[in-house]
Design a protein around this ligand. Structure first.
Ligand code: FES
Length: 81
């Protein structure tokens, strides 16, 4: 699926870039500008930025849950109180 029509960036390129940027900057949040930068592209219309931001959020939730953190752990902690 094409995420950025101006630069012809596909969803799998965005996902790979998100993970690469997380490795490059583990303590800083990933933002759509990082994705353009990693892929050596420049935003034109900017309409894809919100879609990239959602993909970044989704990827973060998946990574949190895979590492044992995330919403499930928070809910368990609240239930235990
Ligand atoms: S759709 Fe990505 S910059 Fe236009």
């Amino acid at each position: 699926m094409i995420i950025c029509h101006c630069n012809y960036i596909k969803d799998r390129e965005v996902r790979a870039a998100i993970r690469a940027v997380r490795v490059r900057q583990p303590d800083a949040p990933v933002v759509p500008a990082d994705i353009y930068d990693w892929l050596d592209r420049r935003p034109e219309c900017g309409k894809c930025a919100s879609h990239m931001a959602r993909m970044i959020d989704e990827d973060g939730r998946v990574a949190d849950e895979a590492s044992g953190g995330g919403p499930a752990v928070v809910l368990q902690a609240i239930a235990a109180e």
